[in-house]
Design a protein around this ligand. Structure first.
Ligand SMILES: [Zn+2]
Length: 437
């Protein structure tokens, strides 16, 4: 057992329904075999556990591990292209890189870079848009399992309007997805997600194959893109005889509690109603929405319709792996919507970056906050002395104020420790293998 001592901030109660930030300035967390078994004021917990090793994290704050609900494995090396809209960026930037993952050696290097980016940013659970190549998806699951990360991912499927190397057939889509799902779903911390890229690049036949995998492999997840950009939405409507974007998935049984659709910047009220009725989730990716000029996310309408919302970085259209930055960008987007925006507090941002993601991914019984019974998936924000964040934390007026400063100023460089299931993965343990490429 180990006793962790520090300032702990988390959101066990949803702030969108009245929950408040839980803040303990000198807390003790007892962790046994990765699970938090006791929590309370340090002095009380210490008295009950006088012999345990103490890890002193009193400088800075300890937060739950972050949950990224939308991030693309193949795009880590193309982060940062600016000046394009969605369909231009895909054509000139993302898709040429995605073709390169056909080479297993190249894919292995990308997986290494990608997972290092997640860990560095404090992301301990992620729903990952995999690759169009099964070998790269295997490599992702293998390396992630070695590092202990909680990864849900799958083979990306398309059969039209992309470079020919990225296209599949309905039969192959079914066979390869079902094989990967049976190999990886619910194995350790890995789970499988059926992943049609977006209806733009998927015929009804491929979407039907996706629905067949969902039927045949129990409890797999589904992820795709929806309603990101006006030009894309118009083309999807044309390709599907005027059906709504959400309906293109729904009619194949792809919208349910284990579905996470990325973006949804321009939904109709009818689509929001369908998403809520099916208990599906939306991954809000504000940096990407800004970078590609997709638009400002209608969070208020999602909340009013009762649609689950969490955060995604959407690397590589998103500009980095940090859920702190995504939280801040989400806040900015709502501010820019003026009266139509949702007034987000720092407590909302922490919820969106951790507990809402855990809920969207069906992991809320294991992670998302630092309650007794949960896994120790945690991020220690401890900025270097004298930096603006360090100064801000030392002079914060309240726990909420300190948390706002973490979102406003925090970067991966300020994250001094990351734990998943009680194992410290940042800094990397000395025995951790690090492939060279
Ligand atoms: Zn995406």
């Amino acid at each position: 057992m180990t006793l962790y001592r520090g300032t702990v901030l988390d959101t066990p109660d949803d702030p969108f329904t009245g929950g408040r930030l839980r803040a303990e300035s000198d807390a003790g967390l007892v962790v046994r075999d990765g699970t938090i078994t006791a929590r309370g004021p340090y002095a009380v917990v210490r008295a009950d556990h006088p012999d345990e090793e103490v890890v002193d994290l009193r400088a800075g704050v300890l937060l739950p591990g972050f949950v990224d609900t939308h991030v693309h494995l193949p795009q880590v090396r193309v982060i940062g292209a600016l000046g394009m809209s969605l369909l231009e960026w895909l054509k000139h930037c993302a898709l040429p890189e995605e073709v390169r993952l056909a080479d297993p050696a190249y894919a292995g290097g990308v997986v290494t870079d990608f997972l290092a980016g997640l860990i560095d940013a404090g992301t301990t659970s992620a729903l990952v848009f995999g690759s169009h190549f099964a070998g790269a998806v295997d490599a992702l699951f293998e390396q992630a399992a070695g590092l202990g990360l909680r990864i849900t991912s799958g083979l990306v499927l398309s059969d039209r309007l992309l470079p020919p190397e990225l296209l599949t057939t309905p039969e192959r889509a079914y066979d390869e997805s079902a094989r990967l799902a049976r190999r990886w779903h619910d194995r350790g911390r890995s789970r499988y997600a059926v992943t049609p890229r977006f209806s733009y690049s998927c015929s009804d036949e491929v979407l039907d194959a996706c629905g067949a995998v969902v039927k045949d492999v129990p409890d797999v997840w589904v992820t795709a893109h929806v309603n990101e950009n006006h030009a894309e939405i118009a083309q999807v409507s044309g390709l599907f005889d005027g059906r709504s974007y959400v309906e293109t998935y729904e009619r194949h049984g792809l919208v349910g509690r284990r579905t996470v659709l990325a973006h949804n910047v321009h939904p109709t009220d009818g689509e929001l109603h369908v998403l809520a009725a099916h208990d599906a989730s939306v991954a809000h990716c504000p940096s990407s929405n800004a970078a590609l000029a997709s638009g400002l996310f209608p969070l208020r309408r999602h909340v009013e319709h009762g649609v689950r919302v969490a955060l995604g970085t959407d690397v590589g259209a998103g500009t980095g792996f940090s859920l702190l930055k995504e939280g801040l960008q989400a806040y900015f987007a709502q501010q820019l919507l003026l009266d139509d925006g949702f007034a987000l507090t720092s407590t909302h941002l922490l919820h969106l970056a951790a507990s809402a993601g855990a809920d969207a991914l069906g992991l809320a019984d294991q992670v998302g906050d630092l309650s007794v019974g949960k896994q120790l998936d945690a991020v220690w924000v401890r900025p270097a002395g004298g930096t603006p964040l360090d100064v801000g934390l030392r002079h914060a007026a309240s726990a909420e104020d300190a948390l706002a400063k973490v979102f406003a100023l925090g970067t991966p460089a300020d994250i001094a420790g990351v734990w998943v299931g009680g194992d410290r993965i940042k800094p990397a343990p000395p025995s951790s293998p690090r492939p060279d490429n």
